[in-house]
Design a protein around this ligand. Structure first.
Ligand code: FAD
Length: 311
C-alpha cells in the first residue's frame, strides 16, 4: 500500500499541517511519499525530507506550480497517481481546492476532513457542522482523502533525511484559472490555526475600538492569536481572517478564551476541540458554558482589564 501526501507550504516554509496530515497517513499504513510541488521549493523539500517515517520526497519544481492553482497541481498529482492507492492532503485552502479535482479526474469519491483512521478503508469525519460524526467505509481501490489536521498531532522529525527525487510537471493541463495577486495580512501575532492560545471576541465587544482596547492587550500578554465570532466579523469589529467556526477557521489550541460569545453551534464547530476552553459571558444561560472547562459569569469589560493587569 503506497500513499502520496501533498505537502502544504508557502515556497519557503513547510507548514505544520503537513506533519499532522502525515500522522493520519501513517495510521492508514504503508509507505508515505511526500509531494512538494511549487516553484523554488528546494528548501521546502529539504524540510519535508526530515519528517520521520516517510519513504521519500518527490519534488516538482516549475513556474506553473508557483501559486498552487488547482489545474496544474491536480494534473501533476494525477500523473503520479498510478503508483499510489491513497492520495492524502491536509484540509487547508490548497488541499480543499485541489483534491476534489484530483478525485474527479480519477473518477473516485473523496472522503473529506477525516478526524480518525479506523482501518485503511474506514474513517471518521464530522458532518452537520460537527454535530454528528460519520463513519465512512471506502470500497474504491484508489482513495482521495483530506485530513482535518486539528484531530492529529504533528509527526516528529527524523534523525536522518529521506531521499529527494525530482519529477517533471504534468505534460498538459487545462489553464482554466490564472493567478492575479496575493493579498496577505501580516501580523506579529501567532497564526490562528497553529496558535497554542487564542482569545476570541464576539458581538458583545460592540466595536473594533473595543476589540483593540480589551482583547488585544490580553492577547499580547499571553502571546495569543486573536479570533472572533462571525457576528463580530459581520459587524466589522474584526477582520474576516479572524473568524472561527463552521464558515471560518477550525482551531484546536491548548487554551481558547471566548469573550462575549454566545456559543452558537456554528461557532462551536470551529473551536470545541480546544484542550481547555474558558468562557466569559454575562449570561449564565449562554450555551458556550456547556462546552467550557472554566466559565466566568461576568462583564468582559470589567474582567479583561483585570486579567491583563494580573498577567
Ligand atoms: P451573540 O449570539 O449575539 O452573543 C453575544 C454574547 O455576548 C451573548 O451570549 C451575551 O450574553 C454576551 N454578552 C453581551 N455583553 C456582554 C458583556 N459585556 N460581557 C460578557 N458577555 C456579554 N458564527 C461563528 O462564530 N462562526 C462561524 O463560522 C459561523 N458560521 C455560520 C454559518 C451559517 C450557515 C450560519 C447560519 C451561521 C453562522 N454563524 C457563525 C453565526 C452563528 O449562528 C451566530 O450568529 C454567531 O456565532 C453569534 O456570534 P456571537 O456569539 O458573537 O453573538
Amino acid at each position: 500500500m503506497a500513499i502520496l501526501l501533498l505537502a502544504d507550504h508557502d515556497a519557503t516554509h513547510l507548514s505544520d499541517q503537513t506533519a499532522k496530515a502525515l500522522t493520519a497517513a501513517s495510521k492508514i499504513g504503508g509507505d508515505v511519499d511526500v509531494l512538494v510541488a511549487g516553484s523554488g521549493v528546494k528548501g521546502v523539500a529539504e524540510q519535508a525530507a526530515k519528517l520521520a517515517g516517510i519513504s521519500k520526497v518527490i519534488v516538482a519544481d516549475d513556474a506553473s506550480l508557483a501559486n498552487n492553482l488547482a489545474e496544474p497541481l491536480a494534473a501533476l498529482i494525477v500523473s503520479l497517481a498510478g503508483s499510489y492507492d491513497t492520495i492524502v492532503a491536509a484540509a487547508t485552502s490548497v488541499g480543499k481546492n485541489v483534491m476534489p479535482r484530483v478525485a474527479a479526474l480519477l473518477d473516485v469519491s473523496q472522503v473529506s476532513e477525516i478526524i480518525e483512521v479506523i482501518s485503511p478503508y474506514t474513517f471518521k469525519r464530522p458532518i452537520y457542522a460537527g454535530n454528528a460524526i460519520q463513519t465512512v467505509h471506502m470500497s474504491e481501490a484508489k482513495r482521495v482523502i483530506t485530513v482535518r489536521t486539528t484531530a492529529f498531532p504533528s509527526a516528529s522529525q527524523g534523525s536522518t533525511s529521506a531521499a529527494v527525487e525530482q519529477v517533471p510537471t504534468a505534460a498538459s493541463f487545462s489553464a482554466l484559472s490564472s493567478h492575479v495577486s496575493d493579498a496577505l495580512s501580516s501580523s506579529d501575532r501567532p497564526e490562528l490555526t497553529s496558535a497554542k492560545i487564542i482569545i476570541s471576541g464576539g458581538r458583545a465587544l460592540g466595536s473594533s475600538e473595543k476589540f483593540k482596547e480589551v482583547i488585544l492587550p490580553v492577547a499580547d500578554k499571553l502571546g495569543a492569536a486573536v479570533g472572533a465570532s462571525r457576528a463580530a466579523v459581520d459587524a466589522g469589529y474584526a477582520p474576516n481572517d479572524w473568524q472561527v467556526g463552521q464558515t471560518g477557521k477550525v482551531v484546536a489550541p491548548d487554551l481558547y478564551i471566548a469573550c462575549g460569545i454566545s456559543g452558537a453551534i456554528q461557532h462551536l464547530a470551529g473551536m470545541k476541540d480546544s484542550k481547555v476552553i474558558v468562557a466569559i459571558n454575562k449570561d449564565e444561560e449562554a450555551p458556550i458554558f456547556q462546552v467550557a472547562d472554566y466559565g466566568l459569569v461576568a462583564d468582559l469589560f470589567d474582567i479583561l482589564p483585570e486579567l491583563e493587569s494580573s498577567l
